[in-house]
Design a protein around this ligand. Structure first.
Ligand code: ZN
Length: 221
């Protein structure tokens, strides 16, 4: 069992922001500055989800670094025929204090790195256990499950790994697969030679100088 990460790890991994309390709803905060625009993205869930009022959830706002692992966890459930294990999807990015209590620290939902699932059936403090297949689908993608905590929060799953390291991307030139890379801090890292040659360039490695030169074939024509 993995423990939740501390606040310093969360800030180091997902960023820091300034904030102030909102008057209402009580316990909500306002995030100041650029952080939200730079980090919170909208993803389309790969399966049909509804919220606690029965409304469809067509997009999930979450931290850019958890979009891929969250997508994979949901895809895995859908592919295994387990979509029904998510009765309601009860939110991800919500800028607020824990338990909507202004005296408590900020919730991980404020970073968009936690999701609540089946909130009505598995409320905060309940010792009810979510289906193990649902829990494992999230844990495999680096989330920890709040149902294992001393004060259990069984609706709650939050990211506890540096998801960048896990995020692979396929690189296509037009529609053809060129190579595989990975996403680090929002930047794609990819094999230079494969990508450059696919674009019709020549690559020269000047290892003693610590340089890789891409010769664009059109230059100087
Ligand atoms: Zn939660």
């Amino acid at each position: 069992m993995k423990p939740p990460r501390d606040r310093r790890w969360v800030e180091r991994t997902f960023g820091r922001f300034a904030w102030r309390d909102r008057r209402r709803p009580r316990g909500a905060i306002e995030i100041l500055g650029e952080w939200e625009g730079e980090n919170i993205v909208a993803m389309r869930p790969p399966l049909a989800l509804t919220d606690g009022r029965g409304r469809p959830v067509n997009r999930i706002r979450c931290h850019r670094l958890i979009a891929a692992p969250l997508q994979r966890a949901l895809e895995e459930l859908a592919e295994a025929g387990l979509s029904h294990l998510i009765n309601t999807f009860d939110g991800c990015f919500v800028a607020r204090h824990m338990c909507w209590n202004p005296r408590l620290p900020l919730s991980r939902h404020s970073w968009g790195i936690a999701v609540d699932v089946n909130a009505r059936l598995f409320p905060y403090g309940s010792h009810e256990k979510q289906d193990g297949r649902l829990v494992r689908a999230f844990e495999r993608q680096g989330f920890v499950w709040g149902g294992r905590w001393r004060t259990p929060d069984p609706m709650h799953f939050e990211m506890a790994e540096v998801p960048d390291m896990r995020q692979r991307v396929r690189i296509l030139l037009d529609d053809e697969h060129v190579s595989d890379g990975r996403l680090e801090e929002g930047t794609v890292v990819a094999p230079v030679r494969k990508v450059a040659e696919a674009l019709g360039c020549l690559v020269e490695a000047r290892l003693e100088e610590g340089e890789v030169v891409i010769h664009s074939m059109t230059r100087g024509e």
